[in-house]
Design a protein around this ligand. Structure first.
Ligand SMILES: [Zn+2]
Length: 186
């Protein structure tokens, strides 16, 4: 693995913490740690399922934030550099005029993550319906929807750093099991 990742997903965190993560990546220990903490992937694979998922969270926490016109996984955001961005540029990367249209686009990389990471990014994007910048009010809104938000965003950034350093995806979608044949066809 490359010792220095191409994108610094961890900028903004304390240097000793970042050094620790870099070391874990270099020692090939990140995959085991993340899999242990987040054993299973979620099952939200289609835009329709994603829409239902987002709407449920929005109805629970942000009922008055306006109507969502569109929710989708976006392959163009699959490039990891755009998956989450950095604290300072992300609102431009994912935010520009999407906010006005009340669209939520989730990078396709989130199709193959544990439920906790999907919830984290959806909470993040929902919070942008009310708060454009990554300021204190924004993070308070994220924490209101998901009290573990801070840790989840950090763990996600660790995962993205691991992928960026050449690590294999940890929660790849398994091929769907064929449906058991119905009794009538036997
Ligand atoms: Zn953002």
């Amino acid at each position: 693995m490359r010792p220095v990742p191409a994108t610094d997903y961890l900028s903004g965190y304390p240097a000793d913490l970042v050094a620790q993560v870099r070391q874990l990546i270099a020692q090939d220990k990140v995959a085991g740690l993340l899999r242990k903490k987040y054993p299973a992937p979620h099952d939200v694979r289609t835009d329709k399922a994603l829409y239902d998922y987002v709407l449920q969270l929005k109805n629970e926490y942000l009922r008055n934030a306006g109507q969502l016109s569109k929710v989708m996984f976006d392959n163009k955001l699959q490039v990891l550099h755009n998956a989450l961005g950095t604290h300072t540029t992300h609102s431009r990367v994912q935010g520009q005029n999407l906010k006005a249209k009340k669209e939520i686009r989730i990078a396709s990389v989130f199709k193959e993550t544990p439920p906790e990471f999907l919830r984290m990014i959806v909470v993040h994007e929902l919070a942008h319906m009310k708060q454009r910048e990554h300021d204190k009010a924004f993070y308070q809104l994220c924490m209101y929807m998901e009290p573990g938000y801070g840790q989840l965003e950090f763990d996600l950034r660790v995962y993205l750093s691991y992928l960026d350093a050449g690590g294999a995806a940890l929660w790849p979608a398994l091929p769907r099991c064929p449906l058991p044949s119905s009794p009538s066809s036997q």
